[in-house]
Design a protein around this ligand. Structure first.
Ligand SMILES: Cc1cc2nc3c(=O)[nH]c(=O)nc-3n(C[C@H](O)[C@H](O)[C@H](O)COP(=O)(O)OP(=O)(O)OC[C@H]3O[C@@H](n4cnc5c(N)ncnc54)[C@H](O)[C@@H]3O)c2cc1C
Length: 439
């Protein structure tokens, strides 16, 4: 059989977006290799479901994520309308619990502008005005991001998959890339249950929680390691839905670890949830149990390069927050207490059932720092995206354009025949030009 021209490993929202844009720009044989029986079974459906506006992202530290998120809001909005998918513009209050955090909110106003948001989309609200708008929320002040929106990223990925298939992309589902081996002409990919490897002239790694494992298997990104944190939610009794009428996030206590602070969120289906916490787990699909099984957990901790994790573990802030997170997994009362800091009216009996759990996989560099930006790691006949974390679902259509454009400029797609298709809802040139600003 002829080889694939490009195989994308991972059918999450990123891999699906990348495949879509490849087929929009080129003629060729494109495959998405996905181990599950359908796309978006992991982070791309097990997330908070917010189209995040990039007001909280430091443009110097997460420039690409911030631009991709900012641009993609304007892509998802018409897409949701055209496909009849949920689009529930709820808005987010980012609340400050002390004066230092109020200063942080003022910094966020600057970030919003630098990240391309219109000034009218964010509003600083003082504590008194907040007491009038959201009487149950206690804070010193808040930044209102008016256009944050609740969506269903699983539905977005399914719709994009259909669009990609219409352009000729093949989704090989139920196919796990168990071994990858680069040779002179491309990459051999051994799929579960098949003797003969699948051949591709080029591979793009978009494997989410196992992106590092895939890259390491090709000798790429070996200076990095990762950790998996399970984020759990609790669903709130519908009678208490109006305790807060918008999303409420608190300014992170530790700006390097923003995923360690729970929030009150409104889902696209109208349900309210609190969460997530962040419990260290052994693998990207460990949705149940704590420290179990112990052996893989320990193996994960001690896998190379071990120094990255040791350096992270000696960070006092990280350690104390991580311990709190584990407590909040064992006891919903602990999770509740953390939300009560800004929503004291929320009571234990309002938390009626566990919500979805999702797993974040931050990458740790050799200094023990948690990396804030997506990492691009070129390899033999391949390119790997690591650390594609929040707000990755928001930013995926623009990030995918940025990636395909970058690969083209590197000459990595020279084996493909250009075949630009007519603009649908999204214009390649507009997005590519806007993303060039990130360079
Ligand atoms: C708890 C939580 C809340 C979040 N909230 C938000 C939010 O509100 N807004 C937002 O924008 N972002 C949010 N994010 C981040 C966002 O969900 C991710 O950035 C995004 O979904 C990542 O997409 P992905 O395609 O890279 O990864 P994934 O969705 O994990 O997809 C990777 C795919 O690769 C497949 N795969 C892996 N290894 C192999 C292999 N060897 N062979 C074949 N297939 C393989 C997996 O099965 C998976 O389907 C959240 C994340 C979490 C965990």
């Amino acid at each position: 059989m002829e080889p694939w021209d490009v195989a994308v490993v991972g059918g999450g929202i990123l891999g699906t977006s990348v495949a879509y844009w490849l087929a929009r720009r080129y003629d060729g044989r494109f495959a998405v290799i996905e181990k599950e029986t359908d796309v978006a079974q992991h982070a791309s459906r097990r997330n908070t479901g917010v189209v995040h506006r990039p007001f909280y992202l430091d443009p110097n530290k997460a420039r690409v994520f911030a631009h991709a998120a900012g641009i993609s809001y304007h892509l998802w909005k018409p897409y949701a309308a055209a496909k009849g998918l949920p689009w529930y513009q709820v808005g987010t209050y980012e609340v400050a619990l002390d004066d230092g955090q109020v200063d942080q909110l003022h910094a966020y106003v600057g970030y919003a502008a630098e990240n391309g948001m219109d000034p009218s989309e964010v509003e600083f609200v003082d504590g008194r005005e907040m007491a009038r708008r959201e009487p149950n929320v206690r804070c010193e002040g808040a930044l209102f991001s008016k256009t944050d929106t609740a969506v269903d990223y699983h539905a977005f990925t399914e719709a994009l998959k259909a669009d990609a298939e219409a352009l000729g992309v093949r989704f090989l589902t139920g196919a796990s890339a168990n071994a990858v081996h680069a040779n002179d002409s491309g990459v051999d990919i051994t799929l579960n249950g098949r003797k003969e490897p699948v051949r591709s002239r080029y591979l793009i790694g978009c494997a989410g929680g196992s992106a590092i494992d895939l890259a390491h298997a090709m000798g790429v990104g070996t200076e990095y390691t990762d950790m998996h944190f399970r984020g759990e939610y609790w669903t709130i009794n519908t009678r208490e839905a109006d305790l807060a009428r918008h999303n409420v996030y608190s300014v992170p206590r530790h700006t390097d670890l923003p995923f360690l602070d729970p929030h009150w969120v409104i889902r696209a289906n109208g349900l309210r949830e609190i969460g997530p916490n962040a419990v260290p787990v052994s693998g990207p699909w460990s949705y149940h149990g704590l420290f179990r099984p112990l052996v893989p957990w320990a193996a994960k901790f001690f896998e190379p390069p071990i120094y990255n994790k040791i350096r992270l573990m000696v960070d006092k802030d990280f350690l104390s927050l991580a311990v709190q997170e584990m407590w909040s997994s064992m006891s919903k009362a602990v999770m509740l207490q953390r939300v009560q800091r800004f929503l004291p009216a929320l009571k234990l009996e309002h938390l009626v059932s566990p919500g979805t759990a999702g797993i974040r996989t931050p990458v740790i560099n050799r200094h023990g720092g948690i990396v804030k930006e997506a990492i691009e790691a070129p390899g033999p006949h391949s390119y790997h995206i690591l650390n594609y974390n929040s707000p990755g679902a928001t930013g995926s259509p623009a990030f995918a354009v940025y990636l395909v454009d970058r690969l083209a400029k590197r000459g990595d797609l020279d084996h493909l025949k250009p075949g630009p298709k007519p603009n649908g809802l999204w214009s390649w040139d507009t997005i590519a030009n806007a993303m060039e600003l990130t360079g």
